[in-house]
Write a protein that binds this ligand. Structure first.
Ligand code: ZN
Length: 307
């Protein structure tokens, strides 16, 4: 069953370790071989600039990661196709996999809208406003101040609207989240689980989930063990507990997946790398109809792509 995965950090890993091969490296969760085996249809590739990078270099590092995306992924694997519209996704031929470029945190653009437009032109079609801390756009969820969108942040969201770009609320502060609910036209939560199931600050409250449903947003259930369950080892059943909770609030047609592969040190038992997606599909088919599972795996994100 074809898969749309709304978040992975393989570009960051390949930037940290320039020797890794996207073909089949053992040190990567997402590889070309793995995507093929796991029946990938669309994979989102996040540009995440780590916080250790000095402010004056963040935009440059974002460009280096985009260069890795073009040189080591798209150029090397011609069947991996950059997709920036729904039409391009529907037009993918047998054997081709769509690649969506996304930004995880607006730190990279500083306070320059022209930098953001440059990223759009390089192919970015989804913009996460923050990582865990503060930037010029808003506070992240672990920033104690807990501020919402700045005036500049509102301009960023309005520009996303104007250019038909997703505004991604994963990692954003609670106040920032509610500000985006007011300002954003095309909202997603690419990799976020339920607070009612696992009380991690990165997870969404029931009110937030209901607001996302109202906004017609897609929500990516993520495989980050700390966001799935407290302590102990996590399994696919923990993922299904989050899906059940989302469904109980009416999100059955909003749910998708944002694995966070290559952004995590520990993985869910039975879901250690991309090619294990079929284990998840098989488990889901025990509990949900095929149509519903197809929605989770692909359609719920695909149908909301804003361009
Ligand atoms: Zn993340």
């Amino acid at each position: 069953m074809k898969v749309f995965d709304a978040h992975c950090d393989v570009l960051w890993k390949m930037w940290e370790n320039k020797g890794l091969s996207f073909k089949d490296s053992e040190d990567l969760h997402v590889t070309w071989d793995g995507l093929k085996q796991g029946d990938a249809r669309v994979q989102c590739f996040a540009v995440y600039v780590p916080e250790k990078v000095k402010k004056e270099s963040v935009f440059h590092v974002a460009l280096e990661m985009i260069d890795i995306f073009y040189e080591k992924i798209l150029r090397r694997f011609p069947n991996m196709r950059l997709v920036t519209t729904k039409k391009e996704i529907s037009g993918l031929k047998q054997g081709q996999i769509g690649a969506i470029l996304t930004l995880e945190g607006c730190d990279a653009i500083g306070t320059d809208l022209e930098k953001l437009r440059t990223l759009y032109r390089l192919g970015v079609t989804s913009v996460g406003l923050t990582w865990n801390h503060a930037n010029a756009v808003a506070d992240g969820i672990l920033e104690e101040r807990g501020a919402g969108l700045s005036s500049f942040g509102r301009e960023v969201v309005r520009m996303n609207n104007e250019y038909f770009i997703w505004t991604d609320v994963s990692h954003l502060s609670v106040r920032g989240f509610w500000d985006v609910m007011e300002t954003g036209d095309f909202v997603i939560a690419s990799h976020s689980n339920c607070k009612a199931v696992c009380a991690n600050p990165r997870n969404l409250s029931n009110d937030q989930i209901q607001a996302l449903i109202q906004k017609n947003a897609a929500i990516g259930v993520t495989f980050v063990p700390q966001f799935l369950a407290e302590g102990t080892e996590t399994t696919i059943i923990d993922i299904i507990r989050h899906i059940e909770h989302y469904c109980s609030l009416g999100a059955e047609n909003n749910i998708g997946f944002g694995s966070d592969f290559d952004g995590i040190d520990h993985t869910v038992h039975g879901l250690g790398k991309y090619e294990d997606y079929f284990n998840l599909v098989n488990s889901l088919l025990k509990y949900y109809s095929e149509t519903t599972v197809k929605g989770f795996m692909f359609n719920n994100f695909f149908s909301r792509f804003p361009r």
